[in-house]
Write a protein that binds this ligand. Sequence first.
Ligand code: GLN
Length: 815
Amino acid sequence: MTAPDPTPPTDTAGERPALVAPNFITEIIERDLQSGKYPRVVTRFPPDPSGYAHLGHVFASLLDFNTAQQYGGQFNLRMDDTNPELAKQEYVDAIAADLKWLGLDWGEHFYYASDYFGRYYEYAEQLVRQGDAYVDSVSAAEMSRLRGNATTPGTPSPYRDRSVEENLDLLRRMKAGEFPDGAHVLRAKIDLSSPNIKLRDPVLYRIVNKPHFRTGDQWHIYPAYDFEHPLQDAIEGVTHSMCSLEFVDNRAIYDWLMERLKFDPRPHQHEFGRRGLEYTITSKRKLRKLVQQGVVSGWDDPRMPTLRAQRRLGVTPEAMRAFAAQIGVSRTNRTVDLSVYENAVRDDLNHRAPRVMAVLEPVRLTLTNLEAGQTLSLPYWPFDVIRDSPDGLVALPGGERVTPERAVRDVPLTRELYIERDDFSADPPRGFKRLTPGGTVRLRGAGIIRADRFETDEQGRVTHIEATLLGEDAKASGVIHWVSAELALPAEFRLYDRLFRVPNPEGEHSTDDDDSAGTAEHEAEPGHAETAPVAEGFMRYLTPDSRRVLHGFVEPSVAADPADTRYQFERQGYFWRDPVDSREDALVFGRIITLKDTWARETQKAAPASAVPKKAAVRMDAAPQPEPTAAPALSAEQEAEYARLTALGVAEGDARTLARDPQLLAFLSGATTGTTFPQVASWTVNELAAPLRAGGVKIQAADLAPLAEQLAAGQVTTRVARDVLIRAAQSGEAPARIIEEEGLAGGLSPEALTQAIQEVLSGNADKVAAYRAGKTALLGFFTGQVMRATAGKADPATLSAALAAALQDEGGPTR
Ligand SMILES: NC(=O)CC[C@H](N)C(=O)O
């Protein structure tokens, strides 16, 4: 759909997919490999080509793919196209393209269930000859009645004892197309009184007189999932067939078939817990309803949970994979907080998206004392991204990595500007930090202005502001973004919100016809398509205005950038050009994601003051970390854990994450309780969660108390503490020892800082001159240099104050 993504700056390991954290399936695999049960691992991902791949498929497909990778095995992609009424080439192509985009690689191992229709049929005749299958001719309703229920055993159909000859004859005539749909079925003869109802003579073949998109009119009978799936696993040489929990009872049929047909070696089915995502539906039938009723513009509407849509929205495959890597594999179903997904998207974009300015709801502002226009050179990247860059370089739009001082763009400052309507208030509420009549504000990168006059229309709406650009000695508490009214580019901005306003829009029984990792039977089975009506309850939970369209302006620098550049529009969020609708002469930018979790803010605002958690631990991430959203209820056991943790001072969000995660809890259980506990808990949730899941943490929680103490006492900076923590976790060395051996403690003395600053400034006299002549964008460069000279030991706030003072020394920049 778009040009390839630039390599993410943080991805130093290249394109290698993240390995799967140890889980019960990898345990089984390791046992099987050790015992020599299989020479190598073969997995498969078998989507139905009856719709588009969606977020529910991400977890399952990466589990199959990464597991095969991890054990040097083979991964097959299989189109489970047994239902002629639903399967379509269009879906095959879309699913394959989207999974390839996600990073899956199946080499030449791309299969269709329909490739093996002939072989399945041979096996069906074999079962009939063995007396293991029979043709039944009762109606569907009668069959279901005869099957009994949990308390009543099944009753044999009057046709159960047909002779092998009669069965073979009927089966061949079913195949030849002699009967109408539903006249007969082929059933396995297993056990009508089994407590597992699936074993009560499951259907193997149905008559469906419909052409298939690949085999045309060749077939009049189509295999049921329970027949086709195990056989194809065996034919493809699959060893570990992973599927979600709702197939647990189908395993008995799987095993029965393997045994009756004597496959050796044979595949085994292993079920894992499904991973639903809050605020998201993945039932294809429900998604189709949204498309059909025009609630969304199509399968690729950026609000949809399909991969198409998320690609169009601007999410990268790296973000998608990072998200999947954070979700553990277990035997039970679980719903994942939407914030896990959203934060993966934000974390990925933070280092990928250069910062530029766009005004979404413009109001005109005149700088009355600006005679001639100027061109400012403003940095693309904020200080923290530069600081955290692994190679000291940062990206230009388009991906080229350059030194921070080269990562700048020209921004015209002219007499006529646009600012955001919301950034001016004629009647400001208390604490309003933006522009007010007679008040001052800093225009990002341009200087401080004072509003002198404003005009309104008849409705009292502000239409124009007149302002004066002040000298650098002026004071302002807020910073706002702006664009040149004369030179900015007009653009449409689309602001998306969650499609659903409740965490579980499908209600209690969401798994009934959901298909996030497997497919519910009525959709997958031929002859059963679309028969069940879609319960429309979920439509009640649609967010009103989940898409808002605004018309404003973006700074002109973007015109020169590749069309697939993702930006952070300062103070507005992450955006990129809508790949479908944006034109060079009619720009359309869609918001990929907000800067912060705005929903969490709303929930917090609504909470009484006493319920707002105090920050119990220092957050190490430079980017603001949202608190988790109004998350789904915890179980009673988790509630108790949550209460215990918060009583120990753990931040609410951390406690919630911990309460739900036995692995993190197990690690933290070794920590010393006391003042350092909240910090250790925060590290566990933030820095150590991923390595813990990957089994790569070599220290105990108890080893971390001294480090937390040093951090609390200001002896190390948060950055040093984090680095030491991560290194200690990898090597098993005590954090205190690393600090001592490398002289990282004691932070940085004021003298050492001054000296470092002086060295950087005298080594870059030309840039100092340029800065003082007004090229203030160089501040980021100097900051980065001093940070590097002090090995990151300088406290950012102290550094920035000291640096500003030093640069100011000979009369600050003039403007
Ligand atoms: N066993 C499974 O994983 C289920 C495969 C089936 N084709 C589905 O998409 O639901």
